[in-house]
Write a protein that binds this ligand. Sequence first.
Ligand code: HGY
Ligand code: MN
Ligand code: MN
Length: 411
Amino acid sequence: MSPAIDGPRLLQRLAALADIGRQPSGACCRLALTDADREGRDQVVAWMRELGLAVSVDPIGNIFGLRAGRNPALAPVMTGSHIDTVRTGGAYDGNLGVLAGLEVVAALNDAGVETERGLVVGVFTDEEGARFAPDMLGSLVFVGGLALDDALAIRAIDGAILGEELQRIGYAGTAPLGLPRPHAYVELHIEQGPVLDAEGIRIGAVEDLQGISWQALHIRGQSNHAGTTPMRLRHDAGYAAARVACFVRELAIEMGGSQVATVGKVDLVPNLVNVIAAQATLTVDLRNTDEVLLRSAESRLADFLLQLADTEGVSIERRPLARFEPVSFDPGIAARIEAVADRLGLSRRRMTSGAGHDAQMLARICPTAMIFVPSVGGISHNPAEHTEPDDLLAGAQVLLGTLLALCNEGD
Ligand code: HGY
Ligand code: MN
Ligand code: MN
């Protein structure tokens, strides 16, 4: 009997997980290592156990569910993603990759299919990086890109310490870090961009992922009376922050191509209607598929900040939050994804990921690629995030076919 994705079962799990951390706005909010994240983790671990998976948790809180293969001497194939969200999260970002991985396990179990290699479903800690920067933190530690002790010491935007939060929610695991080392990694994810939806294409075979540069800026000016201070005497941190946001937007438009720039977080002190802001803390997110262009954007911003500090009489401190170069995925696995999509009669295209994903870290240690399914209107990081059920199921079917082929290949 050949394994088949059970659509209603996958959709039911997606809906159940999306309800954990639900906000009045309809958003799903499970910021990394919060109580809502713990609740989501507990639910996924319960599903893993129901499926008979051997569950392990490593010291950075990554969760792995292993379905044993016939030959334990062969490295397992890994799939998965993340279940932490941004504050305005949707139902599918990350969740789809984890739950479709569990659905593949369930389909194999139902069909009584044994594979040569084991299959691991991974849930990586703090992929979003929204509470604890950088993003893809758990998978970065897993592949050895960030020392565990450095990661555990990271302070959140709300002041919490990562290692303490991990202990508090009960996910400071003891499994050996970096294991199981995968034979290959395939991640299913919603596109979170407009391409597949606009082109009416069902499946994306993701062959590369753009570079990411995050930094926090701390601008110090001088608080003063909003009514009595002449404009020429002001050292207005709020105005300086606004100038940065305008500069990076204009820079991205001028550079064109894949350059994007975002000021997503701005905090003013004292943040009052009649006080010129003494301080501004803001974040800048720059991305480009081309490393040389990304570096050029970074250095143009640095030059602008020097000039701004001088003209406005403010000080500007920069703190890097994340910096990852563009990543190429494994063309062989991307080709397999296309072949499975063809066999299923699904339209498909090669594409680049604009978003960061755990796959970009796994690509450092094993052949890796991603499967995208369309995001309606390209919306994500927003409760309106939506992917049609048929597309969710199509993605899971392509994942099943791709993983099955990889699980039965030799070394
Ligand atoms: O920022 C990103 O691209 C991802 O959502 N962490
Ligand atoms: Mn994601
Ligand atoms: Mn995300």
